[in-house]
Design a protein around this ligand. Sequence first.
Ligand SMILES: [Zn+2]
Length: 917
Amino acid sequence: MANPTQPNVGFTPERESAAPEKNPIPPPPNFVPSPPGFPPTKLPSQQDQSSSRSVKTPNVLSPANGVTTGSSVPHLSIPPGPPVFTSPVRPASVPFRTSPASPQPVAFSSVSSLPTSTASSPLQFSNGSFELQHQVYDSIDDNVPVGESSFVLFSARKVLKQKKQANVPSLGFGALVSPGREVSMGPQVIQRDPHRCQSCGAYANIYCNILLGSGQWQCVICRKLNGSDGEYIAHSKEDLRRFLELSSTMFDYAQNENKRPGFVPVSDSRMSAPIVLVIDECLDEPHLHHLQSSLHAFVDSLPPTTRLGIVLYGRTVSVYDLSEESMASADVLPGEKSPSQESLKALIYGTGIYLSPMHASLAVAHSIFSSLRAYKLNIPEASRDRCLGTAVEVALAIIQGPSADLSRGVVKRSGGNSRIIVCAGGPNTYGPGSVPHSFSHPNYPYREKTAIKWMENLGREAHRHNTIIDVLCAGTCPVRVPILHPLAKASGGVFVLHDDFGEAFGVNLQRASARSAGSHGLLELRTSDNIVITQVIGPGEESHVDTHETFKNDTALYIQMLSVEETQSFSLSMETEGDIKSDFVFFQFAIQYSNVYQADVSRVITVRLPTVDSISAYLESVQDEVASVLIAKRTLLRAINHSDAIDMRTTIDERIKDIALKFGSQLPKSKLHSFPKELALLPELLFHLRRGPLLGSIIGHEDERSVLRNLFLNASFDLSLRMVAPRCLMHREGGTFEELPAYDLAMQSDAAVVLDHGTDVFIWLVVMALTSAIKLFMLATVANSSLRLVARWLVKGVTTGNPYLGKGNGAELAADEGRSAAALAACRTLAEELTECRFPAPRILAFKEGSSQARYFVSRLIPAHKDPPYEQEARFPQLRSLTSEQRTKLKASFVHFDDPSFCEWMRSLKVVPPQPS
Ligand SMILES: [Zn+2]
């Protein structure tokens, strides 16, 4: 990252001569030559198919972001091209483009040297290979589902053969790859070395043609014939099914060098990857109080074998000694400069214990947290001395321990990544990487630049030592996001802002620590030779791996992953290089990582997509949700600051017009184009994107938008989709929920609605008369089960006639309140279930109709109240179930404002909106 202020990752692979135009940012500094080994993936898995609307049961809801929502049948859609559509061909450029002048690594031989895709090449290899085309047989299974993998979602399930038709950048084609995801059924592990194509390095897979007599297999990527040392010699196709790699589209190879036990699920295998909390000690009383509660709950949540360290920082750095039974005692280092080698040695070789498993140190951890005191001096929050940078350096030193100086240059292998979790309530204002308290300081711009660089280097240093740094900020004091963000980003960690140190913060503390920690992730991408990857966005950087000695024609794109986690994904944009003649194209994704059990794993996923001539067949195969997420990522990549974001709204408009022009039909006697009906959902999703927190005006502070943007660019499909377009669920009698379009028409009397917008979940409730208990409750920010208990208590209180709740009101009112409380409790439970696996955990807010906060809610919905009734009903059919009285009431409840409705917006672009699907 040459430019640390650019929050994200995105680069255009150099293998293709793609668009050398804008933002030629110099290539990233050399990466650490760490061996490919990567982190494991996390869990996931359950998938449910719930994305359809108007589903009525709550069970259908997909859990959180980590989990797939879209379906077992991935919806594919196509990522759009560059925002400017004048030049139809090349996709947008991105930061981190490798400069064209840099020497081309050998491994990436230029496209022209790729073998042609015709069948001619196998002929030069020996025996009988010409039979290949005929008698031997196709791949083992022709019925393998297309692109069915929760790891890879394509924007379309078919590929257009004609290059000109295929490369329409406004729609685009691409895929979202989630390397950190686990297999739903548990990994199918192959305990031996994989068979790989000697020419290009691709892996043998289910789609390979195999010569039964000789055991030779034909590579799907370059079509060369390879030997299998006789392993694949078989009497029949069926015989070959015993090879996992020939019977499944996804499998893992585990390599147990060093005789490590491969996948033994030993619970203490994480012992080698400690967590160090780095805590701001300059907090005022209320913040401190919240933080203490969160910290106590945090340590209680840790497995007994987790090793924990505790570091506090203010003007100095305090490293807590966990050897004391129940007393809080700490070694103190000065904060104004980086710790000297001597002082670190004295610390590390001293008698104190700074990392200790929870089973031995739980009590002392609690007493340390209890002993924390509020900031005493009379200095404003933003001006207090905080040596955050020095504190992180000390934390890193503790993690490396005594062996650090012995093994300089040697990358130590440990099980997964260590973590540093910074709990910050203000900016870094003291010591290395700090900035002056005030923006008006004459030297501020220079100090800021230096600080950003310093923080980024520290993040990289942490990454080199397999340590991820998460920065969790809270409170109202500005933390100077541009400076702290590079620290988290360069290490592979996340940066999250919270309103306070309360519930959501506490949940994120726990989820940050519980994320799976693999390490050394390397993603290899291979495609049929007529498909090129033109852009990659995600938490990694292009890596130059020289495999030339082994595979002379390796044209794979390699991406070094900063971390391997379930909640991340890479979005790939692709184009075709020429007309495609074959019936299928192939994509192979290989992820190498070291899992938490210290085994080296190679996970291989192969996808085959059919090619088509028909545009409508192609459009039918587009997965609107995936396509819009890919479009959104490409768009957000360029929305670096506020004014960019405004410009990007315009590119969305252009995109819609261009898609209608290229794929829609022109109305007779009119200049209007109708948007292709096959993509009915797409424009609505993009309309949400345009108005929502990522590009719209909802977010008040640019720092906050920038944090969301960075999160979004790396986020998994599920979280990304929710950040683009909210999901709206209306509470029904009996505790079920109905999924509705996210229109303001959902704000009906008697309704309780949950709106999941990814990083925020809102609960909107109409309540006739509220007791103060419910009012208080509704104002609370909730994210944990203790509050769920409160909700249950409220319900119980009502049904059992709790005098407080019913106070002063008639029985009828009490019954209303009972229903409201029950609805609220059900909504909260749903909100928690929806976001159970999400990281970062969202803020959950509840408010009632007419409250000043209700604008948070309404601004995220598509305004449709001004639309004519027939249009409202077409897009929001649930309206038909309302009585005329209810509809009148609904109509009367809207305050007029000027935002165009979806249909008005489409028409303003001279495009006829598609009928809802
Ligand atoms: Zn090959």
